[in-house]
Write a protein that binds this ligand. Sequence first.
Ligand code: ZN
Length: 213
Amino acid sequence: MRKYVIMGIQGSGKGTQAQLLASDFDLVHISVGDIFRWNVEQHTKLGAQVRRIMAAGELVDDELVESIVRQRLHDHDWNYGFIIDGFPRNVRQAEFFLESFDIDAVILLELADEEVATRVLSRRICAGCGLDYNIVGRLPEESERCATCGGMLVMREDDTPEALAARLRDYHDKTQPIIELFERKECVLHVDAKRGVDVIQDDIRGRLGLRDG
Ligand SMILES: [Zn+2]
């Protein structure tokens, strides 16, 4: 049984790394973001609640996240373990989590703020179909269009340098105390997230003693 927490700022490739681990080692990938998205799409009661909060321009609070995660963990539907993404959100939740589950490791994807800015500010989405375009490494052509529907490629509304700076500050303020708590338990695996997807995955597997085949 393997139980992991994965942490990292947006743009660090956290979701991708979690999915790769989950699929190859039969771990249940518990993503708070995915649970919320699913509920919104399926128009559940929780989805309606989340939609109301977001429409009011507010953030989903830590308590709501905690109740969702508790319910989800209560399912105990894993045979080989889980990897959780988007939780814990504060020190109290981290303490509860450490007491309730025997966590093997906290995978911390580290990326300098400047690199996050480069990645986030160079991404575009299609205004027509919503497809994500990752254009890191090159400037978008002035007239570039979506290859799928021909729509305009635009920045997300909340991907301005100012909004990003605020999100970075918020991320560091919130996660630093959590990371310090995990550090005291000596279970943090620091991973350099600036490298390629496969290199990072390989590094994580090697250091966690996970080898397929
Ligand atoms: Zn499109």
